[in-house]
Ligand binder design. Structure first.
Ligand code: GDP
Length: 297
């Protein structure tokens, strides 16, 4: 299960302080030391850990705890709030175009879960917002990527626009946008190529696709299992493309949690959805407060 070890360690730490009628500075020091180690072990970015622990420490020895009738619980509330904040605070809503169609661009490295997430999200938004989606297959490099999107589209009964793999992705997107408008689709999802590594050619191509499609959301799809690599990937993509959100996949796996806890803080880009499995309904909006509650038990 995701976050299992982190969750166990933080819960053990919180348990020690929960019932306290008084919390001394030494207690806080001991607690924050344990939190720090637990976060580092969960592969959370060290700068993120440092500032997180500092904030918890300041608040836990502050007035809100001192004046509280139940200081132990108050300290736990502080940790919970800071953990929520770390992951973005409020849930970040999907940005839909005021004037349709809404265009969603999916970018990321190969194998992160782009194609799957595009199909899942098309299905999700169709249900929740009553939209008429169309997907554009612009990954011409990975063998079978187009076929994979077509298969998923077929299962979900969502049309997929493709021009094969002999035409430039930018041209595919240009023509796909025309087609979607002609067919009155109010939601367009563009699946782009992911490479094994970030390279200039990939970024240039994505930049051009961005210029011709004017996306309302640029989602970076990252695999939670890749830890701090996911955070580095997010930093690079964000510098070039100005991401609007992250979709973090494979949170159903046994990730330690480092990427999920660091990515917002390091890149400023919020996680908007999480992938919880391979099935088409295994996608959920991301709620930082619920995730923090889940971790702290
Ligand atoms: P792409 O190369 O980025 O388009 O990646 P794909 O969409 O082909 O996904 C790569 C693999 O990850 C596939 O086998 C997917 O079924 C799997 N996958 C995607 N999202 C999730 C998820 O949230 N959980 C799990 N367990 N597997 C996922």
């Amino acid at each position: 299960m995701a976050f299992e070890s982190l969750s166990d360690r933080l819960q053990a730490t919180m348990k020690k302080i929960r019932g306290r009628g008084k919390v001394s500075e030494a207690d806080v020091k001991e607690m924050t030391r344990e939190i720090r180690l637990a976060l580092l072990e969960a592969d959370v970015n060290f700068k993120v850990v440092k500032s997180f622990v500092k904030r918890v420490q300041e608040r836990a020895v502050g007035q809100e705890v001192l004046k509280s009738l139940t200081p132990g619980q108050q300290v736990i509330k502080v940790v919970q709030e800071e953990l929520t904040d770390l992951m973005g605070g409020e849930q970040t809503k999907l940005n839909l175009a005021l004037k349709p169609p809404t265009v969603l661009l999916f970018v990321g490295l190969q194998g992160a879960g782009k194609t799957t997430s595009a199909a899942k999200l098309a299905n999700y938004i169709r249900k929740t917002h009553n939209k008429k989606p169309m997907m554009i297959a612009a990954d011409i490099y990975r063998p079978a990527a187009i076929k994979q999107l077509q298969t998923l589209g077929g299962q979900l009964n969502i049309p997929v626009f493709s021009l094969g793999d002999q035409i430039s992705p930018v041209e595919i997107v240009r023509q796909g946008m025309e087609q979607a408008k002609a067919d009155h689709h109010d939601l367009i999802l563009i699946d782009t190529a992911g490479r094994l590594h970030i390279d200039e050619a990939l970024m240039d191509e994505l930049d051009q696709i961005k210029s011709v499609s004017h996306p309302d959301e640029i989602f970076l799809v990252v695999d939670a299992m890749t830890g701090q690599d996911a955070v580095n990937v997010a930093t690079s993509f964000n510098e070039r493309l100005d991401l609007t959100g992250v979709i973090m996949t494979k949170l159903d796996g046994d990730t330690r949690g480092g990427a999920a806890l660091s990515i917002r803080s390091v890149t400023g880009t919020p996680i908007k959805f999480v992938g919880m499995g391979e099935k088409m309904d295994a996608l959920e909006p991301f709620h930082p407060d619920r995730m923090a509650s889940r971790i702290l038990g």
